[in-house]
Design a protein around this ligand. Sequence first.
Ligand code: PEP
Length: 248
Amino acid sequence: MKQSVKFIVGNWKMHGVSAAVSEALALKEAVDASPMCRIALCPPATLTDRMRAALAGGRVELGGQDCHEKASGAFTGSVSAEMLADAGATLVILGHSERRAAFGETDALVAAKAEAAIAAGLEPIICVGETLEQREAGQAVSVVSAQVEGSLPDGLSERPFAVAYEPVWAIGTGLTPTLEQIAEVHAAVRAAIVKRLGEAARRAPILYGGSVKPDNAAEILTTPEVGGALVGGASLLAEDFLKIIRAA
Ligand code: PEP
């Protein structure tokens, strides 16, 4: 299904202290001055509340980069979905490949986190993607389809959510799949979403992520089934991020 309004999400990862809020403000001013696609920024959790103040009354949405699967408890260092919502987030990235690789997050854990997110009223953006080894073994479609089926909880069927296809080998590397490869995996992700949650979930946007830059955004965003982009490095500076947004 063609998504008419693209959804462009910036993932700041572990970058940004107070001074970086000026980039969010610059983004807000540009976005609010002329109508653009749907836009969100996901700063480090420590900046959520300050970003809420900076973005207040505007169109740029605010998200977290992860949440714990439990609502509260003795989990030193963790942030719950409710805490993110309380600080001003309305969405949350879950199952990013950096968390799957560095923190051993499984599909089942990502699904539990998505349940926690929707219980707190957050819209989850659930990330999937194959490693280079898996792609070279011809397993990209099967790996990604299995991740979608395992990472989407039942509770999502009536709720807003997005899936982000992010080939692990394309994140932060400057490498991107061909448009045909992106289209092939996005079609498989769509099929897996519908198989898992039914026809009602056909509306959920599927974002592409992995080295999206101002110079490749337009062609990626017009690829079939690409409903938007999840952008890491190029979302840190408003000037670069706006070029991607304007290409949408
Ligand atoms: C990401 O972190 O989700 C990402 C896609 O990063 P980059 O755009 O820097 O490749």
